[in-house]
Design a protein around this ligand. Sequence first.
Ligand SMILES: [Fe+2]
Length: 165
Amino acid sequence: MASIATSTYLPPLGAPHDREGVARELTAVLQELVNLSLIGKQLHWAVVGPLFRPLHLQLDELVDSWRGLADTVAERAVALGVVPDGQAHAVVAGSQLAPLAPEAIEDHLVVRELTHRVAEVSELTRERMTRIGEVDLASQDVLIEVLRELEKQQWMLRVQLGERA
Ligand SMILES: [Fe+2]
């Protein structure tokens, strides 16, 4: 994460540490979304069982959504004057999501693994969304969009596990 040279055209965001703080929260969410999209692709390849086809297709929809959200989050950080790190090494260091073993995974386990991780990222996003609201409402709005999408996905996965909505 590196600040772009100070410019009079940067959005006014209080003290420099406020800008860095918001960018740090955005970067953390970006890294979780990138990791989620990599895990989603892994499950797209690894899923086996009677529900292979619907899950294989659903996973690509989810990956597209996470990649799109990651782009929105990253570009908000850049708009604030900070280039976030969404590269593999930074994602490994920053993401809290557990990796998957590179092997075939039964369809019902795929849904469980996925639900668990989406719920984890939702929770982290909710905490960060709350924190940055005091400093920058526009960045908070970006995380609200992310959270709304993740929690919708969480509902759909939860009912696939057989739980009540
Ligand atoms: Fe594919």
